[in-house]
Each structure stands twice: as structure tokens, then as C-alpha cells.
Design a binder for this molecule. Sequence first.
Ligand SMILES: [Ca+2]
Length: 408
Amino acid sequence: MNLPVKNIKPFTVATIVTITFFAAGEQSIFAANPKQGKEQSMNVLFLISDDMRAEMNVLGSPMAQTPNLDKLAKDGVCFERAYCQYPLSCPSRSSILTGRRPTTSGLYTNREWFGATYSDWVSLPNYFRLHGYETLRSGKIFHGGIDDTEAWTEGGEQRIYNNPVNADPPSALTPEEWRIHFQRRMPNPSDVISNPRSDRWEAVEGEAARQLGDTRVADKAIAYIRQSKKSGKPFFIACGFSKPHSPLIAPKEFFDLYDVNNIPLPPDFASLPMVPVGFPAGSIRPTNADLFINRIASPEEARQMIRAYLACISYVDWNVGRVIAELDKEGLRENTIIVFWGDHGYQLGEKGKWSKAGSLWERGTRVPFIIFDPRAKGNGQASPRIVELLDIYPNACRFVWATSARRT
Ligand SMILES: [Ca+2]
């Protein structure tokens, strides 16, 4: 998609911003009306964690050790009640990165490419690119195999899936259909794991630890920061970490932060997916999608898996710290907006579920969301207000459009 800049009109964005913020008397989540001149040099560092629920120390988690994210939250604004639009990667990311709800696009699966159906929609990185930014990609931003390749000035990957959006809504089961389905798929302890690649954890050391994907994702983002410092061009660096998505693999040092014997199980822990009495049958899927697939979670193994998930969060936290440290080192912190978000929540044994897929529970939809804008008056405060990740797109576009208008 190569839309000329003059055709990228802000009226749609302005409309959305009006609905989401100004109608409620709120200000933009990005600092509004900065002084002319200073705004011209603002960059964006866009950090994402895959499958990371709101499990940070600063968000009240007694378990997670997340010093770098906690510091970022305290330096900027931490949104304590932030929610995704859909508890699955591609629908959530497509929604955030196009500013459209899944109910608007009809995109609900991990194999659909929004551009195949809505060729006039401009993704967030493409919006930055069309307004003169270097758009630099490292790691998972859109869903795997569904990159918006043309949106990036550097780092775009060939798109594997070009499927148009299937506009049919997600299927629904009657209670009787669900009962039959559940009974047919009831696992037993001797079942073979259907997805051994996903359903496991591992603490690695030495060269195996150095070669982990997220370490290289951070390395690439660090290289982009150095490169941008030299070029002096405004940048939008998107850095998407793949953890704590399963398989739960992280360097051993992050596992060592947690004593498995001190990992509590959730109060509503169950060894199999269980629908609470009085709730709809579809509120908990009968089979897990990521961990404990077609098998029972013993309390002992559940504690090990939760520990591994926490280790992966601490590993992401370490990588976030490395990237931000490079901003500081290059003297770019004061003219860079940092955004950190997770694409959806996750259940770690709550009601027997070990995944995000299909979860509309609090744990499945609530996400970490932090914005550090060095110019924002609200820095240092947490916001208890409910926000959606959908709010990122209109506010970011409004910021870019205002910056671009001042340049010309
Ligand atoms: Ca995800």
C-alpha cells in the first residue's frame, strides 16, 4: 500500500479521539500541544510483550520480579486497568495497529491479513512512515507470518498469510453441543501431549541462553537506536518480544529468581478446564490451547509452569531494561516516547485454563500498559481509569499528524 501522504486525513482519527477521550473530558494519552520545535524531535519506542498478562510488581503482583518495567511505570504513566480488544494475538494486534475493533473488521483468527480486505486502512507503523519517520521493526509486531511488510523502512518480513478477513462471527455452541463436545475431548492422565513444542518449559544456560530469540530482538532494537542517533532522523522503533508466550524458555538466571515452593496456586485453581456454576458453557474452553494441552495439571507441575511463566516475564523485563538503557546512553531519552503493552492477558490455571484463547475473564483481557512521554504532566502517577489498547492508534496518529503539520 503506497498512499500519498496528502491523502492520509486525520478526520477519522480525530473522530475516534473525540469519542474515546475528549468526550469524557480527558486529555490524550500522549502529551498534547507541546511547544513547537521540541515536538519535531520526538521519537517513539514501541515495546510489546507476547502473552504477558498484567503480572508486574507495580501492578500489585506479589510474585513477579520486574524492576525495569516497574521503573518505567513510575517514570511515566501506568494504566492499572488496561484491556485488550480480543484475547488472541492476531485479532488483538490487528485491532491495536489499525485502530479498528474486531467487531468492525470481523477479524477474529490468527491467519487473516487485514490489508487483504481493507486495502485503504493504514496501519500505525505505516502512518508514521508516511509522515516522514524511519519505521524500524524488530521481532513480533503484527502476528507471525502476517507482517505489514510495506509499513517498515527497515526490518519488514515477507508476509506468509494473505487470507482476507472471514467476516463470519466466531461460532457459538448450544449448551447441549458443548456438553457433547466436552465429553468427547475429556483428557485422561495417559493422553499424549498434542503439542509438545508449546507445552513445556526450559531453563537454558551458556550459548543456548545467548541465542534466545528475544535477546536478539533487543540487540536489533539497540542497533536501531545507535543507527538513529547517527542519522538524526525521527524514528518509530517497534520491538516485539515473543515471551512469555509458550514454550516457556528463558535463561536459568531468571528461573533462579523464583522458588517453586513459594509459588501459590490461584484460589480457583483446577486441574482441568472447568466452567464455574452459573456461567455460560463457552466461558472456559474444554481444551487448553498453550499449556497442559489435553492433559491434567497436577499442583506440583502447575507451580513449575507458573514459575517458568514468571521467569519469562523477568527475561522480557531484562531485555526492556537493555533497550531503554541504550536510549539513555545515546542521550535520546528526553525526546523519545516509550510505550509498553501486552497483546492480551493469560490464565495460569485459574478455572483450569492455561491460555488466553477465548478468555473473557479479567485475567484473559487485562494487560500491562505504560506510556512514558518525557513532556507529560502526569508522569509519576498511575491511572486507575479503564482504558483500551484501541486508544493507542488515534492518539499516536494525532501526535504524528500534529508533528508533521508543524514540520511543513
Ligand atoms: Ca499473544
